[in-house]
Design a protein around this ligand. Structure first.
Ligand SMILES: N[C@@H](CCC(=O)N[C@@H](CS)C(=O)NCC(=O)O)C(=O)O
Length: 212
């Protein structure tokens, strides 16, 4: 049985979205997004920094959302959402998988700057800098889609890397209006229309919530 540790709206949404896209059955443990919720001895034994996501598959414990994407695609290949060694799209698949995190660090920094850090300690300079770097990162996706004319990141269509990059755009659009990038807007709309995205974006039902 697969178990995913998740906080609503966090990077674990990538893994939740992918699990739904793959049609795998899993148990969802939703944790409160707080020090108390994430730094319990039980959770730290699974995820050493006490962050989400973390996936447990029998004896296997995987943290890092990119690694979870790769693990799921390689261990449960039937969905066809991965691109393994030897596949002509392997390098592009890996590139976008890791690029997703390059994008997300700017969004995460903005979450800290605009939500978690005490008002008097927030820095307009850091907020400006991170916003500009996030904008550049979104522009790269927009330009890729414009030049290739593709609906998704890979030529052959939707794949797991769209869940990783798609989440980063989902996070980023909370801080930056996307309207200057029409191809990124169309891409985000396409992703949002997917039932699996909608399942991952909604709050977890009570019976799926972890007791800790
Ligand atoms: N690179 C990691 C980042 C994990 C991460 O920082 N997750 C955030 C949520 S988006 C978290 O758990 N934050 C809680 C904390 O830092 O205490 C991944 O992609 O899984």
């Amino acid at each position: 049985m697969l178990t995913l540790y998740h906080c609503a709206g966090a990077r674990s949404m990538r893994s939740l979205w992918l699990l739904h896209e793959m049609g795998l059955s899993f148990e969802l443990k939703e944790l409160p997004f707080s020090m108390a919720g994430l730094r319990t001895p039980e959770y730290l034994s699974i995820s050493p920094l006490g962050r989400v996501p973390c996936l447990v598959d029998g004896e296997v414990k995987v943290f890092e959302s990119g690694a979870i994407t790769q693990y799921l695609c390689e261990t449960y290949p039937a969905s066809g959402l991965g691109r393994g060694p030897g596949d002509p799209e392997r390098v592009d698949w890996l590139k976008w998988l890791h690029y997703a995190e390059t994008m997300a660090v700017h969004g995460a920094s903005l979450v800290q700057q605009k939500v978690f850090i005490a008002r008097e300690e927030r820095s307009p300079a850091v907020q400006n800098f991170e916003s500009r770097r996030l904008a550049k990162a979104i522009e790269v996706v927009d330009q890729h889609l414009a030049v290739t004319g593709q609906d998704y990141l890979l030529e052959t269509g939707f794949s797991a890397v769209d869940t990783n990059v798609g989440y980063s755009i989902h996070l980023g659009q909370g801080f930056i209006a996307l309207d200057r990038w029409p191809h990124a807007v169309a891409y985000y709309d396409r992703l949002r229309a997917r039932p699996a995205f909608q399942l991952a974006a909604r709050p977890a039902p009570m019976e799926n919530q972890a007791s800790s």
